[in-house]
Design a protein around this ligand. Sequence first.
Ligand code: UGA
Length: 473
Amino acid sequence: MRIAVVGSGYVGLTAAACLASLGHEVRCVDVVPERVAAIELGQSPFFEPGLAELLSSALAGKRLFATTDLVDAVVRSEITIIAVGTPQGLAGIDLSFVEAATGSIGRALRDVSGYHVVVSKSTVVPGTADTVMRPILERESGRNVGEFGLCVNPEFLREGHAVADFLNPDRLVIGEWDQRSGDTVARLYETFACPVIRTTLANAEMIKYASNALLATLISFSNEIAVICEATRDTDVQTVLHGVHLDQRLSPVVAGERVKPGILSYLWAGCGFGGSCLPKDVNALRAYARERIVDVPLLDAVMTVNAQRPRSLVDLAEKALGSLRGATITVLGLAFKPETSDLRNSPALQVIQAFQERGAIIRAYDPIVTAEPDLAFPGLSSERHEQLLGLSGGVTLCATKEAALRDSGAAVLVTACPEFLSWNWEELCSIMRQPLVIDGRGALSDVAWPVDVRYLEIGRAPNPAFLSRALAG
Ligand code: UGA
């Protein structure tokens, strides 16, 4: 099929490259000419495993084109996918990019002669396709919906796994104005074998929010158990949650083997969730409910618990060091989760800010977030540069773990990057001013710590007996 994708961020560009890899002819539209130029060269403007390879092969096969000309892309296509950002506004979700893109697509529809379906992949609150997008499309195109199609087709892509998630989806959700719209969108994915939910526009919008709200709730639930463990002698949250995971309703035994569903990875305690989706989507759903005079105490609590986590990690360090004033602290891991360079809403930024407020001097190390990661794409990533500038206020971003840890007063792990597990901690602790490791993710609990190293982790009661590996083992 011929498809236009408006917006070349994580969702838009991944969808475009993957749809092209399925054999469709795809035109990516973006308002930033430098971004379009980079895509035309097969460069991904952000770090996403496998995406650059897909882009190059689709470009070479002439199945993918990038352009700033939205009208041309829409006119040449049967389906236009909206994949622009929906940032958090002051009073809920900010739909201004969706409205602008929808208006432009509506105007372009005037030049389209055949049947055309407009599809929203942007994450929008329930009712947006029907009450915001449909009126704009009808007004700008001069046609009634039905003459053109309208669908909501949310994505469930995780950063760092976006390509694999797109190509091997758990489910396809197609919210449809009418059957013809839905049938057209279903054809995009006819090679996929997963379950397909054909439903209303609003259900499709709500499924996306409910999915992300569940993930956030599991994390905050785990963190609340951690808080109780921290106040309870002889408990540690990792052992407690491991015990919870072994309930066969959570990890069934199939053919004699224990299956560990991916959802369990959200039932671990840490220093909070972040990223561009979970916090924004839970807040958007809360604001949406408030507008409808509906109380959502659970979702409110999910965000309250999450907001407290970074600070509680800093409290742990302060207790261990006595005072943080003038202390050099090494923050390990900056991105909101491992295997990405994305700093958006990263708990690490809040941890750093709380340390700085208490007078600490911050060094940071992250295997993927480096000081000048985007020079290959000048002008492309102003948002990313802003993130880094925001971070650089008083923070020394170190290129090596040794530079980050030499003479440091404490190592504080905020993001569970896999490489931290393979480090020679005995050697690294020996170059620190004092060997204190504070683990905000429980990621290093299996390290055989030398006796002179003080290892503290979140969710563990401050019981000296439990600080000893011998006893814990
Ligand atoms: C999330 C959802 O997982 C996707 O299904 C959804 O499509 C996407 O948002 C979106 O709305 O576009 P992502 O933002 O990439 O994807 O983040 P996750 O991998 O879910 O991580 C979110 C937070 O949960 C992170 O702060 C991370 O530290 C935490 N997390 C993640 C865990 O606690 N455990 C994990 O196994 C993974």
